[in-house]
Design a protein around this ligand. Sequence first.
Ligand code: GRG
Length: 289
Amino acid sequence: MLERQGRVEAALDCLLPGVEHAPARLHSAMRYAVLGGGKRVRPLLAYAAGELVAAKPGHLDLVASSLELIHAYSLVHDDLPCMDNDRMRRGKPTVHVEYDEATALLVGDSLHSLAFQALTDNALVADATRQLAMAATLARAAGSSGMAGGQAIDLQSVGKRLSLPELEFMHVHKTGALIRASVQLGAMCADSLGAIDLELLDRFGKLAGLGFQLVDDVLDAESSTATLGKTVGKDAMDNKPTYVTAVGVERSRKLASELCEEALAVLEQFPRGGERLGDLTRFIFHREF
Ligand code: GRG
């Protein structure tokens, strides 16, 4: 994990414009938002899925970066006063607190654009049509049928009691879509797509995505601000429906453990090479931050 976290950090450092280029303040804020923090789960998933299909590491660096840039943009916008109004992220003040609201909005916009630039500036696969499909996959995962749509449901759900299927729908979109796309995009970097069962990998990505958010709900209820690097208990404070408010901590933990087993069982269907994804699955489901 450390080796790959280092790889994506270096790739992001190269992609992000330097502060010596105007507008310096915006570029400084973009770098502040992206560099030196976060678990890099989405890049790690892309690397691991890419490894399964023997994709070229240099190509995976760009795919991994594009996913992290979308994720970082979503966190910057999510933290804004008009959304979750959070003052702390990744152990430091949020972008609108450190800079200002207008800059934070532009940071999100610029990171979103940079993600697609990273994915399309260079030939990543021999087949240009496939690369187009990769950009479309990321666009769908980030847009109103994916992450942004899930965020809209999240904002509309304040103060409401959601049923488990409704919660699952929200989570699968808000957090799950980008996690699922991470696995898909890593696998799509293969020289030949026939070598791997994309459908099976996608099933895994869906389970990992939902599980990631389920564990996040439990951590928000049970962990500390120091451990998570962001304000804990925020969901309850904001009167947001979560798995914990719907079924309690114990049942949420049990559901997470069932999802984890299901995800690992999907990986067992690959004859070889699924170990790294297996390790990441255990990390996602058993993490404490
Ligand atoms: C603003 C369009 C738009 C979308 C925001 C992802 C998201 C949608 C909001 C983040 C709010 C949140 C805390 C969701 C819970 C799950 C989640 C995405 C947590 C943060 O991701 P991690 O744990 O963070 O991967 P790091 O800092 O490790 O990258």
